[in-house]
Design a protein around this ligand. Structure first.
Ligand code: RIB
Ligand code: CA
Length: 308
């Protein structure tokens, strides 16, 4: 039996965030979700925090500490995605009313929990803009030694972006934060659009959740149906991070040095990978490119089935 892995998910739910959070909670025997932190992204901080609380309540896990974080990016504006996720952030689907977020700010919680976890004792799983993670790393550089990995959904390596021709939402929303994280020296696994766009939400895959005939399965099916209805071709970006932690063999990728463009107005937020080793920097970033999509969805359904 693999050792239980301590993880902290930093999120902006968000319909695909919801799938990732529930998937992680279903994998309780392998993943110990020590805290859930929120960051403004798809919708504003109050809404993402309310959604995160409702997801914990839906899964019967109001014991998981919830901490609200940064309400905006380090520099510049407030990029949002209501057009994808709906005004409330979860496609208009009702969630139970959960517990309030703790009074401790998410950035303080990340720093504290990392230190409590000891050397390489914590895996961070950011699935929204990286503002909270970057703040924690800048405020407390020592926590880098406490992180085994940072598994990020973000970026577009060899495909077009979903916000600009070259930038993906999480990196475009806070490019400076994304750059800080990718250049931190902590091993970072990036799930870019190159791989997440292979996790297509189909009617059959929604039915597989609906036929679980459980409150979680039916609620997630309703969310994915709303997601598909709003976007036409919905893909599960964020759950790719959790799937990697549970079954890394579902993925293929390459280790490189990488950063994020924070200078250009044309390509601001672009993931820049040093595929040919021209920068001389250590290849501390693994950029994923291929996914076994059927295996991914089988894994997702199995974790959701584990939740009553
Ligand atoms: O580009 C996709 C990412 O942006 C996902 O994390 C989605 O939830 C949004 O935050
Ligand atoms: Ca997200």
């Amino acid at each position: 039996m693999a050792a239980v892995r301590r993880i902290l998910i930093d999120c902006d739910p968000g319909l695909d965030d919801a799938a990732a959070i529930l998937m992680a909670l279903g994998a309780r025997a392998v993943l110990d979700l020590v805290a859930l932190t929120t960051v403004a992204g798809n919708v504003g901080l109050a809404a993402v925090t309310r959604n995160a609380s409702g997801l914990l309540a839906l899964a019967g896990r109001t014991d998981v500490p919830l901490h609200a974080g940064c309400p905006r990016a380090l520099v510049g504006g407030t990029l949002r995605a209501q057009h994808v996720h709906g005004e409330g952030g979860i496609g208009g689907v009702d969630l139970p009313v959960g517990v309030s977020a703790r009074s401790e700010h998410a950035v303080d919680a990340i720093r504290r929990i990392a230190r409590e976890s000891g050397p390489k004792g914590l895996t961070l799983v950011p699935i929204g803009p990286l503002t909270n993670i970057a703040c924690a790393l800048v405020m407390a550089p020592d926590i880098a030694d406490c992180l085994s990995e940072i598994v990020v959904m973000g970026g577009a390596a060899r495909v077009g972006g979903n916000v600009t021709p070259v930038a993906e939402f999480n990196f475009a929303a806070d490019p400076h934060a994304a750059r800080i994280v990718l250049e931190s020296g902590v091993p970072v696994v990036v799930m870019p659009l190159d791989v997440t766009r292979q996790a297509v939400v189909t009617e059959a895959r929604i039915d597989a959740l609906r036929t679980l005939a459980t409150p979680v399965g039916e609620t997630l099916a309703a969310m994915l149906a709303a997601y598909r209805g709003r976007t036409g071709r919905a893909v599960l970006h964020d759950p790719c991070t959790i799937a990697y932690l549970l079954a890394p063999d579902l993925f293929r990728g390459e280790g490189v040095a990488a950063t994020v463009d924070t200078a250009s107005d044309v390509s601001m937020g672009r993931l820049v990978a040093d595929w040919n080793g021209q920068t001389g920097r250590d290849p501390t970033v693994t950029i994923m490119s291929d996914l076994d999509a059927d295996g991914f969805y089988d894994l997702l359904v199995a974790q959701i089935r584990a939740l009553s």
